[in-house]
Ligand binder design. Structure first.
Ligand code: SAH
Length: 376
């Protein structure tokens, strides 16, 4: 008999299934509450259900599918105590592996002002095994695409940390894979985690990061759950972006920016542009100026991220003074920015890095065709 992973089901689907066993509708609500509010990890724990129902549930369904096989914690965070980064490598039912990152940021409180920054407990989830976008600077991009994750495999990454008594405040789709290339499973996972009868994480607390799949961005703009959208820009002209984010050849910058503007208009939400800074490749003031003219007038925020080295020597972090000059140029054009300090580099917390470390891939196998003329 083929068992179903319970987190693959919506509440309506669970209710239908249980109804087919002759159970009244309220039983599905009870089970849903056990899974998403009480965070049960076995059917046996569901103490207000009749024993025979717990047995049927255990025969037909299963509750956990991810097996943690490696867990690493960022060392620098242990000393400061203000943030913690934990990364877990999970084995899936078919033996394939994915990674999930948990980030804890302590809130800040100022006497007289009150809470300046709220505490955040974020899970960064994967949506695919490997990735087909093949960005040359990204560790996952060097791994072949193997398969999409199911809804349940996405949901369970969040539940894993919630079951460890973390009060999850944010879920970001910035782990391995391209979430918009696994659209249906990703959206269903968001709906399940957003459900007011279950995990109840508000739509504002989800951020979906994409390399720029234009039709799916337009589709997302029409959904009833409106999540935060982050777009991996990394270059402000097509020639360079074709090399850094190869999907740009199919959906060039003009169409991507138009889709982002459409997303802003439809949802009323600000879009985040992620721009990884690579030394000598895309970090000049000239490029900052190009980026300014590309996004000027948009309701957006630019997140500048010094690259996390992945073993490919061609992509190294910018010099601090160049990163600062880049940021200043954008701010000069009234574009709001954040210059992120890289978190968790010591635990291979960049996209796909723990997995490739675990698989012991040779960095020399990583190919790259970027020409890095200084100042371009
Ligand atoms: N495919 C999606 C989501 C996964 S990657 C996307 O491209 O947005 C999540 C983010 O991590 C992206 O912005 C990606 O460009 C970034 N990333 C990948 N490799 C990185 C590296 N070596 N250093 C810093 N950020 C990296």
């Amino acid at each position: 008999m083929v068992q179903t992973l319970i987190t693959n089901l919506s509440l309506a689907e669970l209710a239908n299934l249980m109804e087919s066993w002759g159970e009244p509708a309220f039983r599905a609500h009870q089970v849903w509450g056990w899974v998403y509010q009480s965070l049960a990890s076995s059917f046996e724990e569901m103490s207000n259900l009749p024993q025979r129902l717990r047995q049927s549930l255990a025969q037909e369904l299963y509750l956990t599918s991810l097996v943690p096989i490696q867990e690493v914690r960022s060392a620098n965070s242990q000393t400061t105590g203000t943030s913690t980064t934990k990364k877990v490598l999970f084995q899936l039912n078919d033996g394939k592996t994915i990674e999930t990152v948990f980030l804890y940021h302590k809130g800040t409180y100022h006497p007289g002002i009150g809470i300046v920054k709220k505490e955040r407990q974020t899970v960064c989830v994967s949506t695919q095994v490997g990735c087909s976008i093949s960005c040359p600077f990204c560790a996952t991009g060097q791994q072949p695409f193997e398969r999409n994750l199911t809804t349940g495999e996405i949901v369970e990454q969040v539940l894993y940390f919630a079951r460890k008594k973390h009060k999850i405040t944010n879920v970001v789709f910035m782990g391995m894979g391209e979430p918009l290339a696994n659209y249906d499973a990703t959206l269903k996972a968001i709906r399940i985690l957003n459900s007011s009868q279950g995990f109840h994480l508000g739509a504002r607390h989800f951020t979906l990061s994409t390399a720029g799949l234009v039709p799916q961005i337009n589709q997302l703009a029409k959904e009833d759950v409106q999540v935060g959208l982050a777009v991996s820009l990394h270059a402000a002209d097509n020639a360079l972006r074709d090399k850094l984010v190869p999907i740009n050849k199919r959906y060039p910058l003009e169409t991507l920016i138009e889709a982002c503007q459409n997303y802003i208009n439809s949802t009323g939400r600000r879009v985040t542009f992620e721009y990884i800074l690579f030394n000598g490749i895309n970090d000049s003031v000239k490029q900052a100026r190009k980026l300014s003219s590309l996004v000027t007038g948009m309701n957006c925020h630019v997140n500048l991220i010094p690259t996390n080295p992945t073993g490919n020597k061609r992509f190294s972090p910018p010099l601090p003074e160049n990163a600062a000059a880049f940021q200043m140029e954008l701010e000069h054009h009234y574009i709001t920015t954040t210059l992120r300090r890289s978190m968790g580099a010591d635990i291979h917390a960049g996209c796909g890095q723990l997995r490739s470390h675990y698989n012991c891939e040779e960095p020399s196998k990583i190919l790259c065709s970027i020409s890095s003329k200084p100042g371009e």
